[in-house]
Ligand binder design. Sequence first.
Ligand code: TRP
Length: 454
Amino acid sequence: MSTQHQGRDAFASNLGAFAATVGSAVGLGNIWKFPYLTGSNGGAAFVLTYLLAVALVGVPVMAVEHVIGRRMRLDAVRAYGRVVPGQRFWSAIGWAGLLSALLIMAFYTDVAGWVFAYVLKSALALGPGRPLGPETFGALAGGTWEPIGWQVGVLALTATIIAAGVSKGIEKVTKTLMPLLFALLLVCDVRALTLPGAASGVAYLFRPDLGKISGTVLLSALGLAFFKLSLGMGTMTTYGSYLPEETRIVPNATRVALADTLVSLLAGLAIFPAVFAFGGKPAGGPGLLFNTIPLVFSRMPGGGLFTVLFFVLAAVATIGAMVSLVEVPVAWLVEKGHVARPAAAFLTAGAMLALGLLATLSQSPVLGDVRIFGKGFFDLFDFLSSNVLLPVGGVAIAVVGGWLVSRKEFLAELDKGYAAEPWYDRIVYAFIRYVTPGLILLILLNSLGVIRLA
Ligand code: TRP
């Protein structure tokens, strides 16, 4: 491995690096995807599987990505292309990552657009004559020009932030917004948990029925762990390349995973008690957030205001995540292609819009009937990225870090920032070699029907 980082932008401090990493992890995954997947996969059994996936797969893969990123100080394509001497083909991990970034952003910006639209719609609903109901969501998501307009707006906002650079753009925005997000979520939780009947929502999240663990549950939980922690496609490798030398990789990754999981659980605790208290359906699908939150809050005193608050919070959370997704192709265009940063940001956003239109229109009459492998574009992009590309990328990343990079070099990077080597770095390394890739492979093989786990 060779190190080169002259003249590269980077995160200015340990805390800044932590905040930016949390900023990438926390997003629609916590507030939209975690609750809706929990609801459609039967509740606590899914939550438990997901927590195990974060601990046994998520944290180790994040450590590898940060080690390789910081060691190489390059964009993801070149980092994987050069990290194993004589094996340039590992750059395929970076290329697959660029593809994943485009696929994820295609549906992510559609949903982010709904969130921004709901900030406005819920604020307007405070006045007379414009109530928020299930038909509001149906009309928005199933429309043509309205969702496209929001999607274009969201992409333009993200590209503008990216154009401003790493420490001034990404770091500053996330550092300010993350504490606000925690505070706002806590307010929503207090509101939901003091409802009569809130307890069944809490039990739904935390009392697992192990019989509900199926192959679908395993694959969805694994896919969510990758999606949630921005793993398997180079985002965390790219962020690793901006990490200060003194950042301790394992504790930092652990804290990021804990903070991110806390946000998901807090979001679940805001949604499910309310769903149960008001007799809603937990298995409400992708519309769960949009249909449930306004409905349940509307039946509480002061609920209109809480609805606005909730969507402001969701909008805040999407920004850091989108920035980190756009950053992967941008870092590559800037460093390898020598494209100016602002041009790279808008070029990437343009490519994302092209695919994004397919995702958005697949829910409108325009492309509503188009099916590929039985799925519309929105579902196809989601499934392909979370359940195929990211886990496969994760195995490759674990194999590169655990087996192909020399043990000495890997541990030297992992142990940076300590006077003496900490006890847990060896344990994490053993996970990276044996446990993590093994678990991912088992779940993938189970889904393909090659073996039978659940
Ligand atoms: N983690 C973000 C979320 O939960 C989404 C995200 C941002 C992401 N960057 C990523 C997912 C990279 C996969 C890969 O909303």
